[in-house]
Design a protein around this ligand. Structure first.
Ligand SMILES: Cc1cc2nc3c(=O)[nH]c(=O)nc-3n(C[C@H](O)[C@H](O)[C@H](O)COP(=O)(O)O)c2cc1C
Length: 362
């Protein structure tokens, strides 16, 4: 019903308007007595075979919502009622910032893709702390950290540390985002020296705390293999807990959408189906080079339940979706969970093919 009725209607309106509408509906649904429970009972698929133990935490299933959807941690519990095993909020920056001028989010239906240049629009870390304070912690919430656009790269470590300290007791894991293609020069921080500097402050702060919070870095699909090796070296040489792979790409290779339309959209990160193969390649590479010793959260181009399985098979411990959720609707997570359960239980043999007892076997 979503693809045939609802999506064609929603896709008639600007994507950011629809995103705000969906967030509002989720929040209202969550406030109506019994609303969230109803959504949960319709959308959530629970089974012991779906549970995963990662970073010492028990995830009800391995499917998360990727960063960028709930930038201000306004609706994480309502989103989790849609069946997600965890929700990554943010990217949050120390100070509130408006992001890039609109329009900044575009659909490419012919490619099952989105292009965005949101530019870390968010209400700042203090607002996020208020939204997370006093939460009941049933939903696993990760937080994606960024720097303010106007903060020069040399001062970026202080931005990341400020958010980390402010939210340390309120979220379950952190992701250092240096891979967003929409914030000027931030991807230049994806080198060993800059990352060490950013991470050192976080490790030092964490050492003095009673609670342990995993720290991951989110990497770009546009890194070459040499740069990927640098990221892997950081993973091996520091107390970093894992990698989120991948963010959106600046590449426009192989798109079906006509060139004129793509050029008119302009800059931004491409997500969805065109990213599937590259994200998978990056995950497989990192998994093989690290001999599976570090958790990978796989994200990028999961558009079908089979894509999610492929990513887990390639070495991801958990996966996240964003664009696939927009194109497939609220039943998407349940569909992935059903396939995962089927696979965990092995192939079911159709009745007609069941081995029958022959006289020889008797
Ligand atoms: C509209 C939009 C906003 C996003 N904002 C963020 C963000 O703030 N921080 C971040 O780390 N990734 C952000 N992303 C990237 C996603 O988290 C994800 O890595 C990427 O879209 C690839 O996954 P997908 O193909 O399932 O969409 C955003 C993606 C989209 C489409």
């Amino acid at each position: 019903m979503y693809k045939t009725i609802l999506r064609p209607i929603l896709f008639r309106f600007p994507p950011e308007t629809i995103h705000r509408l969906i967030m509002t509906c989720l929040k209202i649904g969550g406030k109506i007595p019994g609303g969230r429970a109803l959504i949960r009972s319709l959308c959530t698929y629970r089974h012991p075979s779906l549970e995963r133990e990662v970073f010492g935490m028990r995830f009800p299933n391995p499917i998360g919502l990727a960063a960028g959807f709930d930038k201000n941690a306004e609706a994480y519990d309502d989103i989790s009622a849609l069946g997600f095993g965890f929700v990554e909020v943010g990217t949050v920056t120390p100070k509130p910032q408006p992001g890039n001028p609109r329009p900044r989010l575009f659909r490419l239906p012919a490619d099952q893709a989105l292009i965005n240049r949101m530019g870390f629009n968010n209400h700042g870390v203090e607002n996020m702390q208020r939204n997370l304070r006093g939460r009941d912690r049933r939903t696993i919430v990760g937080c994606n950290l960024g720097k303010n656009t106007l903060t020069p790269n040399e001062e970026a470590p202080a931005d990341y540390l400020r958010i980390f300290r402010c939210l340390y007791e309120y979220v379950d894991y952190f992701v250092v985002n240096v891979s967003c293609p929409n914030v000027k020069n931030i991807t230049a921080l994806q080198n060993r020296e800059s990352l060490y500097e950013i991470l050192q402050g976080l490790f030092d702060f964490r050492r003095g705390q009673n609670q342990y919070r995993p720290i991951l870095i989110k990497i770009s699909p546009d890194l070459d293999f040499e740069q990927l090796d640098d990221m892997i070296a950081i993973l091996k040489e520091t107390p970093l807990d894992g990698i989120v792979a991948t963010n959106t790409t600046t590449s426009r290779a192989g798109l079906q959408t006509n060139k004129k339309t793509v050029n008119a959209i302009g800059n931004g990160g491409l997500s969805g189906a065109p990213l599937t193969a590259r994200s998978l390649e990056v995950i497989r590479y990192v998994h093989e080079k690290t001999e599976g010793r570090y958790p990978i959260i796989g994200v990028g181009g999961i558009m079908t339940p089979e894509d999610a399985c492929n990513m887990l098979d390639a070495g991801a411990s958990l996966v996240q979706v964003y664009t696939g959720f927009i194109y497939n609707g609220p039943a998407f997570v349940k569909r992935i969970c059903k396939l995962l359960r089927q696979r965990a239980e092995g192939p079911t043999v159709p009745v007609s093919e069941k081995p029958t007892e022959t006289s020889d076997q008797k």
